[in-house]
Design a protein around this ligand. Structure first.
Ligand SMILES: CC(C)(COP(=O)(O)OP(=O)(O)OC[C@H]1O[C@@H](n2cnc3c(N)ncnc32)[C@H](O)[C@@H]1OP(=O)(O)O)[C@@H](O)C(=O)NCCC(=O)NCCS
Length: 177
């Protein structure tokens, strides 16, 4: 049970992701509508967002992706993913992806809590080198720096903003333990 004002972080299995799909699609839609460069454009539809999460549910079911959600009294308000790298020569590495908090739930420490959960899960799996990239101009860059991630550099024109403008991506790594 979630107390009013409190937030819990949970890891979902594949069925859990499918059950949470409307909330996850809404969080993705909201982030894109608010200008985040997270793989989608402003012309993408609800069907596109739902299709993305269906694919993630399948990956979670076979443990290729670990998915975390943040829940408050209103329901699921944030999410983050850990992708253990499947290559035989990188058994110690994982990537963090799609750290998203609904715009109405930001600046309450939920992004940080999701990151801490993903990092703890990585360490428990023996994945002690983490990598991520993020939009060079977004709030996430400050979050990762604050949490001890090392900024490697920015690749210009790596992706597009939802409105079609160029967007550089800033790469980070963190060694755990
Ligand atoms: C990046 C993102 C996940 C951060 O989520 P969040 O829940 O707002 O993160 P936090 O609350 O932990 O930290 C955000 C800020 O709130 C501040 N904060 C945290 N708790 C606070 C509180 N109780 N009161 C006031 N401020 C608070 C933090 O210090 C931080 O400040 P900063 O922006 O100056 O660094 C969110 O902005 C987001 O979803 N952005 C769009 C998607 C995106 O770009 N994701 C990254 C893709 S890799």
């Amino acid at each position: 049970m979630t107390e009013p004002g409190s937030v819990t972080i949970e890891q979902l299995d594949g069925d859990g992701v499918r059950a949470a799909l409307p909330a996850l699609a809404e969080i993705l839609r909201d982030s894109v509508a608010n200008g985040a460069s997270v793989g989608f454009m402003e012309w993408n539809t609800q069907a596109d967002f739902e299709s993305f999460w269906h694919g993630i549910a399948a990956e979670v079911a076979v443990e290729r992706v670990l998915l975390f959600v943040a829940r408050d009294e209103s329901g699921i308000v944030g999410t983050a993913q850990l992708h253990p790298v499947g290559k035989p020569n990188q058994p110690h590495r994982a990537e963090i992806a799609k750290v998203l908090v609904h715009s109405q739930a930001r600046r309450r420490g939920i992004g940080e809590a999701l990151m801490r959960a993903a990092e703890a899960a990585a360490l428990a799996l023996g994945r002690d080198l983490l990598v991520l990239d993020t939009d060079e101009g977004g709030a996430a860059r400050r979050l990762y720096s604050r949490l001890g991630w090392t900024e490697v550099g920015t690749i210009p024109r790596y992706a597009l903003m939802p409105d079609g403008r160029d967007c550089g991506s800033t790469f980070f790594y963190k060694e755990l333990g």
